[in-house]
Ligand binder design. Structure first.
Ligand code: NAD
Length: 458
């Protein structure tokens, strides 16, 4: 079966870049990315320097394919109708209410898409799970598609989780370590797997395209993120022990990582992991383990998130301790708001917790990030305090203590302390004055004059 028309529902950090790369590499396939968010679609159709997502290399890919065989639209029904293959790349955040709140994945957007596909489809469709989902979601989706779909329309469901990392998404999509395609063992299931594999084979070597059963594919994504985050929490937990014993965390990381059985990646101590995926996916895994009665396994993985929270708290407390417990009225510069460099995504960024804690203790915060907008920063803090049950009046007072700066120099002006949260290249070599305290969450302090330097694990 040859695919000529693809629709992707969800024009976010996954849907946008993945579809742009498919369109670039498969000029014979028409790719339409749809979303309910009109502003996002307008931005995808707007000037290349203002795409809704910042990723190195993305604008060049969009420039080459947009208008040729890559389209962005809010006409979801039209795109479903015309496509043989439909990717679902909508958000699956942690549930905030109802059963499993704070742990389980919220599948309401995903289920709404499945219903819409079922209602609109007049011809057979291959439906691809691109979002990260709990294992066995395909079963639920099949039920929805069969319940709401027309009797003579057949749906084949594939799991094709996305492994890109924000900040290197285009590079990751061009040279994926592996592409995972989970499908049903039936002949029609295997035909669908083959159809999707043919698309990726346009640029990914065939030996890297891995066909599995649907459940392995769904679970492999959660497990991969859990294993990556677990390495970060492991090294961060050891950074606390280094501080007590005089061992040096960088020396420790190097010594551990040189063991070829362990390897050097994800072993750098830091202020903790952020981003929209690691925490949400581990909590989802924890919830699944509990659901299946595997309490010990659930507790094992939960500890990865708990250590991450501990590390963020420890970092904020270090700043407070450096002022003998009183940061009231102190000017603290927060450098970096994105959860990592080369992205404008600040979901679950460590900067949010750390800034909120300092503001709650009376500090004045100067925030600078080269890519994250002031609106996003204000929203992040507002939502954080709302979730922490602060009153609207308190939140209004807190907001007055935030200054969003448009340049690094402005943020540093009159700072009593500087906390470097994101490893943006422009923060690599800053000359701080002698009387400023520097807290480096990236643990890569270079030439910092004679300032007091507080490093994780040293
Ligand atoms: N961001 C990452 O680095 C990353 C990496 C791998 C996997 N994932 C997974 O991919 C999925 C998407 O993540 P994201 O970061 O792209 O999310 P996102 O929030 O950036 O984008 C999701 C988009 O879906 C749209 N949407 C929601 N419901 C819709 C509906 N019913 N119809 C049409 N559009 C709808 C939203 O408006 C939004 O633009 C998640 O499951 C996530 O866990 C994310």
């Amino acid at each position: 079966m040859q695919i000529r028309n693809i629709c992707c529902i969800g024009a976010g950090y996954v849907g946008g870049p993945t579809m742009a790369v498919i369109a670039l590499k498969c000029p014979d396939i028409k790719v339409t990315v749809v979303d309910i968010n009109q502003d996002r679609i307008d931005a995808w159709n707007g000037p290349l320097h203002q795409l809704p997502i910042y990723e190195p290399g993305l604008k060049e890919v969009v420039a080459a394919a947009r208008g040729r065989n890559l389209f962005f639209s809010t006409d979801i029904n039209g795109a479903i109708d015309c496509s043989e293959m439909i990717f679902m790349a909508v958000n699956t955040p942690t549930k905030t209410e109802g059963e499993g709140a704070g742990m389980a994945a919220d599948l309401r957007y995903f289920e709404a898409c499945a219903k819409q596909i079922a209602k609109v489809a007049k011809t057979d469709k291959i439906v691809v799970e691109k979002s990260t989902l709990p294992v066995r979601t395909a079963e639920k989706i099949k039920e929805i598609l069969e319940k709401h779909g027309k009797d003579d329309v057949h749906f084949e469901i594939l799991s094709n989780p996305e492994f890109l990392a924000e900040g290197t998404a285009i590079q990751d999509l061009f040279k994926s370590d592996r592409v995972l395609i989970g499908g049903d063992p039936s002949p029609s299931g295997q035909m669908a797997v083959k159809a999707l594999a043919e698309i990726y084979a346009q640029w990914i070597p065939r030996e890297k395209i891995l066909a599995t059963n649907v459940w392995s594919s769904e679970l492999a994504k959660l497990a991969s993120n859990a294993m990556l985050a677990q390495r970060i929490s492991s090294i961060n937990s050891l950074s606390a022990l280094c501080e007590k014993t005089g061992a040096d965390i960088d020396e420790l990381s190097k010594a551990i990582g040189m063991d070829h059985r362990i390897g050097p990646h994800f072993l750098k101590a830091s202020v903790g992991f952020g981003g929209s995926c690691f925490q949400k996916d581990i909590l989802n895994l924890v919830y699944l383990c509990k659901y299946y009665g595997l309490d010990e396994v659930a507790e094992y993985w939960h500890q990865v998130v708990k250590i991450n929270d501990y590390q963020k708290d420890r970092f904020a407390q270090k700043i407070i301790d450096a002022f003998e417990g009183n940061v009231q009225g102190k000017n603290i510069a927060i450098l970096g708001w994105a959860f990592k460099k080369d992205t404008n995504d600040s979901r679950e960024s460590a900067a949010i917790n750390i800034s909120a804690r300092l503001i709650e203790k009376g500090a004045l915060i100067q925030i600078y990030d080269p890519m994250v907008t002031g609106d996003s920063i204000n929203n992040d803090l507002n939502n954080f305090w709302k979730m922490s049950n602060f009153s609207n009046n308190m939140i209004k007072e807190f907001i007055l203590m935030i200054n969003i700066q448009s340049s690094l120099l402005n943020a540093l002006d009159n700072a009593d302390a500087v906390a470097i949260i994101t490893e943006w290249d422009e923060f690599k070599e800053i000359d701080f004055s002698n009387d400023v305290k520097v807290f480096d969450g990236r643990n890569i302090v270079k030439s910092f004059g004679n300032s007091d330097i507080y490093n994780i694990g040293k």
